[in-house]
Design a protein around this ligand. Structure first.
Ligand code: 5GP
Ligand code: ZN
Length: 114
């Protein structure tokens, strides 16, 4: 999508600190980190949110989860624990309308998450 900021990051039209990349996805540092480690994992293909995914995206969604764990390991938060969050829609606070998984860690995480 031409006006999507995360599509632009995926296309390298906007810079980001990339921590992992493969054919299907990209992981980069969040601009406004909410924890010592805060990385966003996105599919290169535009999906608005989980609610925009279909049965044919199941493999891609599984891959994104595997990449979250890889990123957590590389960032040194796998052993202590990390959180993966994705927001869909207004009430969940989704602000960027391109599917992204937040990988958060490096501090204790509260529950419920507010
Ligand atoms: P949401 O609120 O949609 O779940 O999360 C969007 C996230 O994207 C936020 O944590 C925000 O800080 C991050 N973000 C928004 N714009 C940019 C950007 O241009 N670059 C990067 N690296 N992160 C961004
Ligand atoms: Zn997009």
């Amino acid at each position: 999508m031409s006006d999507c900021i995360f599509c632009k990051i995926a296309n390298k039209e906007i810079s980001a600190t990339i921590v992992y990349e493969d054919d299907l996805c990209l992981a980069f540092e969040d601009l406004n980190p909410q924890a010592p480690v805060h990385v966003l994992v996105i599919p290169k293909q535009h999906l608005t949110s989980l609610a925009d995914a279909s049965e044919e995206d199941v493999e891609l969604l599984g891959h994104l989860c595997r990449v979250c764990d890889k990123v957590a390991a590389e960032k040194g938060i796998k052993e202590d624990g990390y959180r993966v969050v994705t927001n869909h829609g207004e009430k969940a606070g989704q602000s960027v309308l391109h599917l992204h998984l937040h990988v958060l860690g490096g501090r204790p995480m509260n529950w419920p998450p507010g």
